[in-house]
Ligand binder design. Sequence first.
Ligand SMILES: Nc1ncnc2c1ncn2[C@@H]1O[C@H](COP(=O)(O)OP(=O)(O)OP(=O)(O)O)[C@@H](O)[C@H]1O
Ligand SMILES: Nc1nc(=O)c2ncn([C@H]3C[C@H](O)[C@@H](CO)O3)c2[nH]1
Length: 207
Amino acid sequence: MKHAPFIAVEGPIGAGKTTLASMLAEELNLPIIKEIVDENPFLAKFYQNMDDWSFQLEMFFLCNRYKQLEDTVTQYIDKGKPVISDYHIYKNLIFGERTLKGTKREKYREIYHVLTDDLPKPNIILYIKADLYTLLKRIAKRGRPFEGDMDTAYLQQLIEDYDDAMASLAIQEPSTVIITIDGNAVDFVENPEHFVEIASHLKELMK
Ligand SMILES: Nc1ncnc2c1ncn2[C@@H]1O[C@H](COP(=O)(O)OP(=O)(O)OP(=O)(O)O)[C@@H](O)[C@H]1O
Ligand SMILES: Nc1nc(=O)c2ncn([C@H]3C[C@H](O)[C@@H](CO)O3)c2[nH]1
């Protein structure tokens, strides 16, 4: 691999990104960058009223991820050190395009590009695909109170948005390696062999 591996684990809500990224970080001895969830002041409000809170929420996620990406670049990428993250900053566009409307969507899209276009992006993406049934099961298992009433239509739409986004990324950035994991069938939590297979694949790519 020409550049230091910058690995992102992606997939719709509850797919298992943090779980897999943490397991891989430990197995491969990699530093991990994790999404900020608990200190997010808008998330619970957003799930109660998406139209009222989407712009604040998307901007909050974007600013946080921008800061984390800047730090990741200076601390790891610029020094040629590998790193793993439980998200790709592109997810801001996936969510923003879905939750925002009209001029706010256009403004947000512009701000996203101004902030991120000149920054390095992950060169390996592990994309966990999973169906609605699996995601709802995992979201319930995790039991975050504010996700309790999640609209299933929203989640189903995001599943499709993620598929479209990964297909677009594959075209826009052909050098990015995208490994798709069937999150319904492959269970890296319950089945150690499944995890070993993913970790071995990644080790090969990182050589
Ligand atoms: N392969 C799996 N098999 C069974 N349970 C899993 C699996 N992956 C994750 N889980 C469980 O599902 C829940 C959601 O996982 P996790 O928090 O890693 O998802 P996520 O994709 O990071 O979520 P979010 O999109 O909200 O950030 C957790 O309770 C986790 O333990
Ligand atoms: N609207 C919106 N935009 C984002 O960029 C975004 N990223 C994550 N999330 C939601 C999913 C989980 O509930 C919870 C933790 O991942 O936060 C988001 N929601």
